[in-house]
Design a protein around this ligand. Structure first.
Ligand SMILES: Cc1cc2nc3c(=O)[nH]c(=O)nc-3n(C[C@H](O)[C@H](O)[C@H](O)COP(=O)(O)O)c2cc1C
Length: 384
């Protein structure tokens, strides 16, 4: 296995980290992924405008309750002083690392020239990074895309600026802002970025199987990988990827009883974190993602979206797993083969759950194929 990267004073436990995802990587989910082997899990992006931090949404996004160290908080904005002030505040609230979002293509963020829109203005990028790095005593990291659009893949020059200003690691989603989620992630640009800087680089984009993880690491030469959508509804994906990196063998999904306990613990954590009423709503989304990896997932999803209370949701999970046998050695709900199973079996399973489909790209050079398992059943949105 490749050595675990170091970010400033923080020696990570491994090379695989969770990608920040607004609406998904809240404190309960981050904790679960860390327990399953993700060596970092940044918070969902929070506005750098501290005057907006009194809203319930911002308070919850900024909560580091239960997060394991090193704790990473991601901020998004476009004004150097505002970002520097926000960084100081998040450090006071317990962040060990401050991450700056220059990867989000969402219109709401880009209209205000934040997120990936900043890549258009390298001089402003430099001022932002300078301001934030000198404002806090902890490492500052950067999450970026490969550029603004296929004609302006300026990721290498942005990465150089980042290194010069004292940024301590970079995570690169291998698409331009214009490509949103269309096409395939371009790992070649990530490779160029890795070669241009000496700080750790995490490769990100479309890593949805253990073999893909190995492939991306070798194609990019990156120091680590960052996994987002593939972890939804299967936090144990981190253990499977790490196992494959270490042993070159496939690790099956956990036995049914273990999965059931993980999901129940996740539900419980959401009710505690959000309160029952809101927690049940957030949990419906996660149950839908869990169901994507289950046999009869469609029916389970339909039942999950109708649940109204915590006890109904807990009962639903107990029923599903009881139907499938919950002994330690019971066959996994997801039916993947066990340790040492053939790669062909696993790859077939991956293909079946993530059939390739075509998306018409509006940005000429964004490649044409993508995977609905990662995009939510063919829905393509301008998400971060
Ligand atoms: C629903 C959703 C929300 C996201 N929110 C954020 C965010 O808050 N900050 C960020 O830097 N990236 C965000 N991203 C981008 C991911 O971190 C990641 O770069 C992207 O999903 C590609 O990785 P993947 O193919 O492994 O999912 C988000 C992605 C999704 C799908």
């Amino acid at each position: 296995m490749i050595p675990a990267p170091r970010i400033g004073p923080h020696q990570l436990d491994g090379p695989v980290v969770l990608a920040p995802m607004a609406g998904i990587t809240d404190a309960p989910f981050r904790r679960l992924c860390r327990e399953q082997g993700a060596s970092l899990a940044a918070s969902e992006m929070t506005t750098a405008d501290v005057d907006l931090w009194q809203t319930r949404k911002s308070r919850q996004r900024l909560s580091l309750d239960g997060d394991l160290h090193p704790r990473v908080v991601q901020i998004a904005g476009s004004e150097p002083e505002q970002l520097a002030r926000a960084a100081r505040f998040v450090v006071l609230r317990g962040a060990d690392i401050v991450d700056i979002n220059m990867g989000c293509p969402a219109k709401k963020v880009c209209r205000r020239l934040a997120g990936s829109a900043l890549l258009r203005d390298p001089e402003l990028v430099q001022r932002i990074l300078d301001a934030v790095v000198s404002a806090v005593p902890v490492p500052v990291t950067l999450k970026m895309r490969t550029g603004w659009d296929p004609d302006n893949r300026n990721g290498v020059s942005i990465a150089r600026i980042a290194e010069q200003t004292g940024i301590q690691s970079i995570a690169v989603h291998g698409r331009t802002r214009a490509c949103a989620y269309r096409g395939k992630a371009e790992y070649d640009t990530i490779k160029k970025i890795k070669e241009a800087v000496s700080i750790p680089v995490f490769a990100n984009g479309d890593i949805n199987s253990p073999t893909k993880a190995v492939d991306v690491l070798s194609r990019t030469g990156a120091d680590g990988i960052m996994i987002g959508r593939a972890a939804r509804g299967r936090p144990w994906f981190f253990s499977q990827v790490l196992f494959y990196l270490r042993e070159k063998k496939f690790l099956s999904t956990p036995a049914s009883a273990i999965q059931r306990d993980i999901v129940l613990r996740h539900l419980d954590a959401m009710y505690s974190f959000y309160g029952e009423q809101h927690g049940v709503r957030v949990a419906r989304k996660h149950l839908a993602w869990y169901s994507e990896h289950m046999e009869s997932g469609q029916q389970i999803r339909q039942r999950a979206v109708r649940t109204e209370t915590a006890s109904e949701q807990m009962r639903l999970i107990r029923d599903i797993f009881a139907d499938r046998g919950d002994g330690e050695n019971a066959e996994s709900v997801f039916g993947l083969p066990g340790i040492g199973a053939s790669g062909a079996d696993i790859e077939k399973e991956n293909r079946e759950t993530q059939e390739t489909f075509e998306i018409r790209s509006t940005a000429g050079q964004c490649a044409q194929t993508s995977t609905p398992g990662l995009h939510g059943r063919g829905r393509v949105a301008l998400l971060p």
